[in-house]
Design a protein around this ligand. Structure first.
Ligand code: ZN
Length: 290
């Protein structure tokens, strides 16, 4: 396991390489004020209570990319889970529900997992007068990751299959956006065993990975959507061998009930506890075979 001093030195260097020349004009407190104007189910007190860090990672408009780490029990190698929400700026519930899960976790953190939360990966998309799926450059960040396969399959796929839908524009080239770079740097540094990605409004559960998919988490049932070139699931699973659970909440603007939020979390933690050893052994086999 990485020593914490090395970890922090890395984060500091990351801050200066990923966002060189960034002039952050809004601090975390200022961002919380903007968030609560958009998300009525999040209070200013709640947002500020998380004591978010950012490691100076920022969006196109220099908004901080919020980050919260809850470490596992000391001296124990515990599963690492990266939780990402709000990569699409118009899926409000993905951010609001993630704040609720983060609050539950803070109250009941047992140290059995090492968590890293990015609750709002696309702040510029959310905070516009009219929130949008894409980032400030009009890029769908969930199509901007390095694609598996030939030269520019994300762009070719967008032209052929998405019929040049501007909401799914993959960007001028893979990893063109600072938000994508930041998420990739977090994955590279944190080295999660599993990634949980929160979206809306398809009311299902998707999974990028070989086996061991959860059948149901709370009311969300497994329905495999397939992978898209340049998506986070495509990148993390096909290129890095990290399974990705995608939670698609039923509505982008209406929060799931408190009991559904609770049940999704309970089932997710249960699944992680039971399936993590199998995921780990599959990853070890894959890395020794490559
Ligand atoms: Zn989405």
């Amino acid at each position: 396991m990485q020593k914490s001093s090395t970890f922090w030195v890395f984060w500091m260097s990351l801050a200066f390489t990923v966002v060189a020349n960034a002039d952050t004009t809004v601090d975390v407190a200022g961002l919380c004020q903007k968030i609560v104007q958009k998300l009525h189910s999040v209070s200013l007190e709640e947002c500020q209570s998380f004591d978010f860090d950012t490691h100076k990672m920022t969006s196109v408009l220099n908004m901080p990319l919020l980050m919260k780490e809850l470490k596992g029990a000391a001296n124990k190698e515990v599963p690492k889970v990266l939780f990402i929400a709000g990569i699409h700026g118009d899926e409000y519930t993905s951010v609001s529900a993630t704040f609720k899960w983060l609050k539950m976790l803070e109250q009941h953190h047992s140290g059995k997992f090492h968590w890293l939360f990015l609750p709002l990966a696309n702040p510029d998309g959310l905070l516009r007068d009219t929130p949008q799926r894409m980032n400030e450059h009009g890029v769908d960040l969930n199509r901007n990751f390095p694609p598996q396969g030939q030269d520019s399959p994300s762009f070719a796929f967008w032209r052929a299959k998405d019929l040049k839908d501007p909401r799914r524009y993959p960007g001028p080239f893979p990893v063109s956006e600072p938000e994508t770079k930041a998420i990739m740097a977090v994955i590279d540094t944190f080295k999660p065993d599993v990634i949980v990605s929160v979206h809306a409004p398809y009311d299902l559960l998707d999974f990028d990975g070989k086996a061991f998919a959860p059948e149901q988490l709370g009311p969300l049932k497994l329905k495999l959507l397939g992978t898209y070139p340049g998506s986070l699931g495509n990148y993390a699973w096909l290129k890095l061998n990290i399974p990705v659970i995608t939670l698609e909440l039923p509505h982008a603007g209406i929060m799931p009930s408190k009991s559904d939020i609770h049940d999704i979390w309970e089932d997710l933690v249960f699944w992680l506890k039971h399936e993590h050893p199998k995921i780990k052994s599959a990853q070890l086999k894959a890395s020794s075979a490559s």
